[in-house]
Design a protein around this ligand. Structure first.
Ligand SMILES: Cc1cc2nc3c(=O)[nH]c(=O)nc-3n(C[C@H](O)[C@H](O)[C@H](O)COP(=O)(O)OP(=O)(O)OC[C@H]3O[C@@H](n4cnc5c(N)ncnc54)[C@H](O)[C@@H]3O)c2cc1C
Length: 384
């Protein structure tokens, strides 16, 4: 790169995090991940261990027990984890940048003191509930309501597709306190597991990301005292959009990790696999695929680290995080597809890594706003 304004040399912290995760992943993730995938096991002990390494509170300041790092380190950590197993990356992203970051950004001092040390240490797992069965992209039309009753709020409704909806110890939940469709008619609350009226519903059986738990959260006359509110009444949806600006950088990093893992596997295999007495990498049809994959990954990396760098500097990143998320997730899908193709028949069977990258990658174009929704955000900014 020649333009120093977009030079992202790796910091010592980034190099240290990458090496630590590679070693940890070799020992604690790689040997078990296919079993977790096959049986849809959410390996909660692994997240406690990642907490001990500081990975569960990467963006949380040290005063609340976190690692006090920035977005460049956060992206690096997610990328390295997701190179090994995307589903662990997805859970790490949901815990750090959705639940924990919402509390960090908008919680009162009392709330931050109570929850951040538990979340940052990985003793507690966090969930974040915006999506509902009938409102995904159109989240502002949510049906879950929080009715004021004295100084409390009574929650009723169902959130679905929630990462850690069942195993999460604490959840940030966004519910309607005003009119449908009013962006100032929703409020965010912190709800602890075990609160009467709060139960987990169905755990989803998924195509990919199978070690990351996805489940319903059900609220039936669930009484929440008002100090559990994040910020002011009516701010929940606007807060969520800000949380998602950061969250989308994490899904871009997750996508980048899956794409890089798939590329590295395909590159290695293409040099080892011989057909017609030559390594398949010597065929132009294969080498051009590798060239496309490598170029798309580099472009996705630049978009992702640029958004992370801007976020670190406190700049508005709606457009940049949408671009990074959109491009990196589509890249993950296309690179994983090429990876399966390069592995041929072996790409289709579970003894080789290609099929898992392929299944895991698809979520990246859907979660935290589909590719179509990212294009709406980008188009709005382009047409402004
Ligand atoms: C594994 C997994 C984990 C998840 N984790 C969480 C979580 O932790 N917390 C949470 O709150 N949610 C979570 N989600 C939900 C996720 O964010 C939603 O699935 C996503 O936002 C899409 O919503 P939907 O599924 O209702 O699709 P829909 O909104 O019904 O969209 C269906 C299709 O219509 C398209 N579409 C919709 N509106 C438009 C439009 N205006 N213009 C063009 N096309 C449009 C979409 O792009 C998509 O292709 C998770 C989902 C999955 C699968």
């Amino acid at each position: 790169m020649t333009d120093s304004s977009i030079e992202f040399g790796e910091t010592e912290n980034q190099l240290m995090i990458s090496e630590m995760i590679r070693n940890f992943g070799k020992r604690e993730i790689a040997p078990y991940m296919m079993e977790w995938d096959e049986k849809q096991i959410f390996p909660i002990d692994l997240f406690h261990k990642m907490g001990e390494l500081g990975l569960m509170g990467l963006l949380v300041p040290e005063q609340y027990g976190g690692s006090g790092m920035g977005y460049l380190e956060y992206v690096t950590a997610l990328l390295e984890v997701s190179k090994i197993d995307g589903s662990i990356g997805l859970s790490l992203a949901a815990h750090n940048s959705l639940c924990t970051n919402h509390i960090l950004s908008f919680g009162s001092e009392e709330i931050k003191d109570r929850y951040l040390p538990m979340l940052a240490s990985g003793k507690w797992i966090g969930a974040w509930g915006l999506t509902e069965p009938n409102t995904g992209s159109d989240a502002a039309n949510m049906q879950t309501v929080a009715r004021k009753d004295g100084t409390d709020y009574i929650l009723n409704g169902t959130k679905n597709f929630i990462t850690h909806g069942k195993s999460g110890h604490v959840a940030v939940v966004i519910a309607r306190t005003g009119q449908k469709g009013d962006s100032h008619g929703m409020t965010a609350f912190v709800v602890e597991k075990g609160t009467p009226g709060f139960t987990a519903g169905k755990k989803e059986n998924k195509l990919g990301m199978r070690a990351s738990e996805t489940a319903e959260m059900i609220f039936q006359d669930c009484r929440i005292p008002s100090p559990q509110m994040l910020g002011e009444e009516g701010e929940g949806f606007i807060q969520s959009l800000k949380v998602l600006d950061g969250g989308r950088i994490s899904i871009a990093a997750l996508s980048l990790g899956i794409a890089t893992g798939a590329f590295e596997a395909a590159l290695k295999y293409s040099k080892e696999r011989h057909q017609f007495d030559r390594p398949i990498s010597s065929f132009q049809g294969i080498s051009f695929k590798l060239a496309d994959m490598a170029t798309k990954i580099e472009a996705a990396k630049l978009l992702t680290f640029r958004a992370a760098d801007m976020k670190n500097r406190g700049l508005a990143v709606s457009r940049e995080s949408a671009m990074a998320k959109f491009y990196a997730s589509e890249t993950a899908v296309s690179v994983a597809n090429d990876c399966v193709q390069i592995f041929g028949g072996y790409g289709y069977i579970k003894d080789f890594p290609a099929e898992k990258y392929y299944r895991d990658a698809k979520l990246c174009t859907i979660g935290e706003g589909t590719s179509e929704i990212q294009k709406i955000v980008i188009a709005r900014s382009v047409l402004k």
